[in-house]
Design a protein around this ligand. Structure first.
Ligand code: ADP
Ligand code: MG
Length: 464
C-alpha cells in the first residue's frame, strides 16, 4: 500500500480528527492543504495563496484545532476576515473541525450588529474568536476582549482586508496578540504589496502558492534542501516517509547511480542501478525485476532511462538536480500518468540552488520547499519490494511456456495463482515473480520437483 501524499493520514493529526475528517467527507487534501498543513502543524508562520474555493479554511482550521486545549478557558486562536459573511462561514467550518476535540466555544465578533450583546457573550469567554478588523478594534479599545493568550493568529483573505482599507485596524489587532504567536496569512491573489505590507506581522514566513490558473496538476512536486554529503541518507528518508511501491530515482552520473543503489540495498531496500555500463543482458534483468515488482527503486541516469516504458510509477526522485530544466520536466513527467496523481521529490544541495531557480523559472511556478525534518518513517516496517524474482535456467529453447511454470507452482506445489506474479520466458532463462513470503518455500518445492518432466537449475536474483 502506498500512503498517498494527499491523504490526511500523512499528517501528524490525532486519530479523532482523522475520523472527523472522513465523517465530513474530506477524503484527500486539496493542493493548498497538502502544501501548507505540514508547515502549519510544524508551527511555522506562513503566507499562502490559492484561489477561492481551494480549501484554505480547513488548512488553517486544522492548525488551530490541533493546538487547542479546550480545558483552558482563554482565547487561543483569532481569525480576521474582511466581512461578516466570511467570518460566519469560517466559524461554521471551524465548528465542524472542532467536533474532534469536544466542547469548543467559537465566537464571531463582527460589525453590523449592536455591540452590547456581543460584550455580554464575550464575558463567557471563547476558545476561538472570528471577526472583522473594525469590530475587533472596538472591543480591544473597550477592553472587552483579551487576546494575550492567542497562539494562532490568522489573517484570512488578507488581500481583501487590505483593499478595503483595514490596514490600521489589522495592525492594532495584531499588536494585541503576543509576539510568540504563530501567524498565518491567506489570500486569493498574489500581490507583492500585500506581502510587503504584512511583512511586519510575520516571522520568517514560509511562502506557498498554488497556481491560480491551473492547479498544481497531476504531479505533486516537493524540493528538499540538503547537504550534499547527506544525499543518500535523504533518499532513504524519502522512501521511508512516502513508502512508494515503485520509484525511479535519477542521478546525473553512472558512479552516483551505482553508489546509491548499493547504499539502498545495504539499507534493506530493493534497489537496482540502470546505467550505460550495463551489458544488454544485465539491463534486461534489471528491467524485468522492476516491472515484476521485485525491485522497488530503480536508480538511473537520464540516458539509461530513455525509452524506458514503465507505467504506474508512484514516485520520481531527483537525487541530484539536473542543470537542464527541460530534463527535469521530462523526468517528473514519468509519474502521475492517467488518473493517478504523481509524486516528484527533488533533493537540492546548496550548490544546486541556481539550477532549482532555473527550473522554477522554466516551470513558471514557485517551487515548494519542504522541510527535510518533516520526513519521518511511516509505519509499516522495512520497505521492501513485495515480490522476489526466481531465475530458472530454462527458456523458450526448452519449450517452456508461462503455463508450465504457473502449473508447477499451483497444481503441483499447491500455491495460489495470486501468489505468483509476472512470468517472463527468454531464450535460455525464465523469470518468475513470487510473493516474498512464500518464495523460499516455492523454491524448495520447485527445485525438488520437476517442470514439464524435467529438472531445472534455479536461483533468486536477490536476497530473499
Ligand atoms: P477558500 O477559503 O480557499 O475559498 P473554503 O475553505 O471555503 O475555500 O473551501 C471550499 C469548500 O471546500 C468548502 O465547502 C469546504 O468544506 C470544502 N473542502 C475543504 N477542504 C476539503 C477537502 N479536503 N475535501 C473536500 N472538501 C473540502
Ligand atoms: Mg476562504
Amino acid at each position: 500500500m502506498v500512503t498517498s501524499p494527499l491523504s490526511f493520514t500523512a499528517l501528524p493529526l490525532f486519530a479523532a480528527q482523522l475520523d472527523n475528517l472522513s465523517t465530513l467527507g474530506y477524503q484527500a487534501m486539496t493542493p493548498i492543504q497538502a502544501q501548507s498543513l505540514p508547515l502549519i502543524l510544524e508551527g511555522r508562520d506562513l503566507i499562502a495563496q490559492a484561489k477561492t474555493g481551494s480549501g484554505k479554511t480547513a488548512a488553517f482550521g486544522l492548525g488551530i484545532v490541533h493546538k487547542l486545549d479546550p480545558s483552558v478557558y482563554s482565547t487561543q486562536a483569532l481569525v480576521l476576515c474582511p466581512t461578516r459573511e466570511l467570518a460566519e462561514q469560517v466559524a461554521n467550518e471551524l465548528r465542524r473541525l472542532a467536533r474532534a476535540v469536544g466542547n469548543v466555544k467559537i465566537l464571531t465578533l463582527c460589525g453590523g450588529t449592536p455591540i452590547r450583546p456581543q460584550v455580554e457573550s464575550v464575558k463567557f469567554g471563547a476558545h476561538v474568536v472570528v471577526g472583522t478588523p473594525g469590530r475587533l478594534m472596538d472591543h480591544i479599545e473597550r477592553s472587552t476582549v483579551d487576546f494575550s493568550s492567542v497562539h494562532t493568529l490568522v489573517l484570512d483573505e488578507a488581500d481583501r482586508m487590505l483593499d478595503m482599507g483595514f490596514y490600521n485596524d489589522v495592525a492594532k489587532v495584531v499588536a494585541a496578540c503576543p509576539g510568540s504567536r504563530q501567524t498565518l496569512l491567506f489570500s486569493a491573489t498574489y500581490a507583492d504589496d500585500i506581502r510587503k505590507a504584512s511583512a511586519r506581522f510575520l516571522k520568517k514566513p514560509a511562502e506557498i502558492k498554488v497556481d491560480a490558473v491551473h492547479d498544481a496538476g497531476q504531479i505533486e512536486q516537493r524540493f528538499y534542501e540538503i547537504d550534499a554529503d547527506r544525499r543518500h541518507a535523504a533518499v532513504a528518508q524519502l522512501l521511508e516517509h512516502f513508502r512508494p511501491e515503485s520509484t525511479l530515482a535519477f542521478c546525473n552520473t553512472k558512479a552516483q547511480c551505482r553508489d546509491l543503489a548499493q547504499y539502498l540495498e545495504s539499507r534493506g531496500f530493493s534497489a537496482l542501478a540502470l546505467h550505460g555500463d550495463l551489458e544488454q543482458r544485465d539491463r534486461e534483468d534489471v528491467l524485468i525485476q522492476f516491472a515484476n515488482r521485485s525491485c522497488s527503486v530503480l536508480v538511473a541516469t537520464d540516458v539509461a532511462a530513455r525509452g524506458l516504458d514503465i507505467d504506474a510509477l508512484d514516485a520520481v526522485i531527483n537525487v541530484e538536480i539536473t542543470p537542464d530544466p527541460e530534463v527535469h520536466v521530462h523526468r517528473i513527467g514519468r509519474t502521475g500518468r492517467g488518473q493517478d496523481k504523481g509524486l516528484a521529490l527533488s533533493l537540492c544541495a546548496p550548490y544546486e540552488m541556481r539550477w532549482a531557480n532555473q527550473i522554477e523559472q522554466y516551470q513558471g511556478q514557485a517551487i515548494v520547499w519542504a522541510n527535510p525534518k518533516s520526513l519521518k518513517p511511516a509505519p509499516g516496517g522495512r520497505l521492501r519490494a513485495p515480490m522476489v524474482t526466481l531465475c530458472i535456467q530454462g527458456g523458450k529453447k526448452d519449450k517452456l511456456r508461462p503455463g508450465d511454470l504457473l502449473g508447477a507452482l499451483t497444481k503441483d506445489a499447491g500455491f495460489a495463482a495470486a501468489q505468483v506474479g509476472k512470468i517472463n520466458i527468454l531464450e535460455f532463462v525464465s523469470f518468475v515473480a513470487l510473493e516474498r513470503g512464500m518464495a523460499k518455500d516455492a523454491y524448495a518445492k520447485l527445485s525438488a520437483g520437476n517442470i514439464k518432466g524435467r529438472r531445472f537449475k534455479m536461483r533468486f536474483m536477490a536476497e530473499v
